[in-house]
Design a protein around this ligand. Sequence first.
Ligand code: SAH
Length: 348
Amino acid sequence: MLILSDLNYEQLKKVITDMGERSFRAEQIFRGVCSGKKISEITDISKELRAKLLSVYEDEPVKIIGKKVSSVDGTTKYLFKLWDGNVVEGVLMKYKYGNTQCVSTQVGCRMGCAFCASGIDGLVRNLTAGEILGQISAVNAEIGGALDKRAVTNVVLMGSGEPLDNYDNVVAFIRNLSDKRGLNVSPRNLSLSTCGLVPKIYDLAGEGLDVNLTISLHNPFDEGRKLLMPIANAYSIAEILDACSYYFNKTGRRYIFEYSLVRGQNDGKDCAEELIRLLKGRPCHINLIRLNEVKEKNLSSTSDKDAYKFLGLLTKGGLSATLRRQMGADIDGACGQLRRKYINGENL
Ligand code: SAH
């Protein structure tokens, strides 16, 4: 079976007119799917057309099957079941200015970062464009949003998976997400986080999509970075910085570095000084977070005190940096943690 929301509007229009239907039906169907309806629930089209669609397309390719709400900050973790039985997770974070949803782009991940739960079993498969979009349309509907009154205002590609390792589907998703007939989320309200697949950063700069680029840095020294992130063996930090400059020149968008503080690995004065040397004067911001400790991984988080000390060194050195408050730590907030529990058969 196929997934209807993998199609963009023009492709959908062709499918519908090829079925002998009038083209305005395509807009009704596109709106229905983006607003989180199953095909069988799109009642402004005929029963016959629904039946025709259901003979080709999945009725509900992405379904919310679990939900955990943080008692601390209202952050909600979702577990989604895909049409083939695979599960992925996502998070909804509530801020003063709106709701940000963190979505997955792959089932599993093949990047193998030392601290991350998503890649423990490697990559299972890529998500299609419609499966990425489906996470958002499902949550938007679940929390009472509609197309003309969206409840999900911002999107970050920071769930499981490496978005640039699933490039075509991710770009198709971003285009559909920003379609004015659908969810109409501007690429400027979307952040794409990558471990640093350098050639794909250049490709992304050429798409004409002004998405916010976020790079997972985690260590300013190539040798130290290799200990945490195998991708550092393929691309150096210097190459990443060149790609970031290119991205900035093309899009005018400031870029962000994610830096998860791991005790004894990347939280010393030497790392702070090297970050200042590398990044001072660049149009960038550094997002520090304390490591979310993952049961299967033997790494601990930097203490609050040391995290603030590290932040102080960066800001005193002239960098724009913030220490992100840890959200959802009581609900397995870090990438891949909830899915692992599901797979291991633990209580969620
Ligand atoms: N593959 C992409 C996006 C997914 S991860 C990337 O590498 O950027 C989103 C962010 O969470 C990344 O910065 C990642 O390095 C970080 N991360 C993953 N597991 C973590 C953990 N246990 N604690 C803190 N940060 C983590």
